[in-house]
Design a binder for this molecule. Sequence first.
Ligand SMILES: C[S@@+](CC[C@H](N)C(=O)[O-])C[C@H]1O[C@@H](n2cnc3c(N)ncnc32)[C@H](O)[C@@H]1O
Length: 285
Amino acid sequence: MENLEIPLSDEEFVAIKQRVYKIAGISLSDAKRTLVISRLTKVVRGLGLRSFSDYVDFLDRGADADQVQTFVNALTTNLTRFYREEHHFAHLVDYVGTLIENPPRRGAGGKPRLRIWSAGCSTGQEPYTIALALIDAYPQLKRWDFRILATDIDTNVLKTASAGIYKKTDLAGLSAQRMAFFENAGPDTVAIPRAIRELIAFKPLNLITEWPFKGPFDVIFCRNVVIYFDRPTQEKLFERMASVLSPSGFLYIGHSENLNSVNSRFDRVGKTIYRPKTAMGRSAA
Ligand SMILES: C[S@@+](CC[C@H](N)C(=O)[O-])C[C@H]1O[C@@H](n2cnc3c(N)ncnc32)[C@H](O)[C@@H]1O
């Protein structure tokens, strides 16, 4: 009985969709109906409630911030992997090479400054790949004011990300050279080395709310996040991203995403690679 799924009526599904859209900007398609049932049944039962209508009432009237967070965490999709969409990391390494030759900004202690934002970082594979790829290519970055901000709305994935412990099977497909960066943590697990973890600040952040920073970031990764957003939400998000990205910086988006019809502040300069337009309407050289 306990494991039986709770039925979800059309009205209840619409009510859940409205709540997650309002809180997180996530637009659930009709195909996500079974996902809603499977992810939320346990949550609803855990609260001692009998129906999704009761749960929606609870969200509207009685839920505290943690319970609203549990609702959001249950409905995010967190698929990711190390070196996903590898061409972005090759492009990043080339770009940072140009910054190393000619650092555009100075940061803490007068050191050259490099800032990268992984927006929608999930369980951490994306920001760790950024750090690993860059430190591998340019060990001198350890002496820079180099920081990666990695944010996600889902507080559960951020715990995994901060711990930096992964299953050995998560490294499947990586070359021996890339695998060598990971430390053994147990018979089936590996750990991200401390020096790499220390480059990254993992923070909870809902992309559709106010951001507690102004940038500028040299690079923004926002990959496989806006597929869950509708067009107006995407438009606003990319408008805001343009204002925190350095004029000579780059934005990387996911393989099935496209900015062309959504935002005129960026030029496409490669496969899912964008650069802000200058005031003259062209991207910086
Ligand atoms: C499919 S994962 C992408 C992970 C990584 N960027 C990649 O491409 O491998 C999408 C992530 O976006 C996050 N997300 C969804 N809505 C969000 C929002 N409103 N604010 C911040 N993160 C959000 C989810 O929690 C999830 O971890």
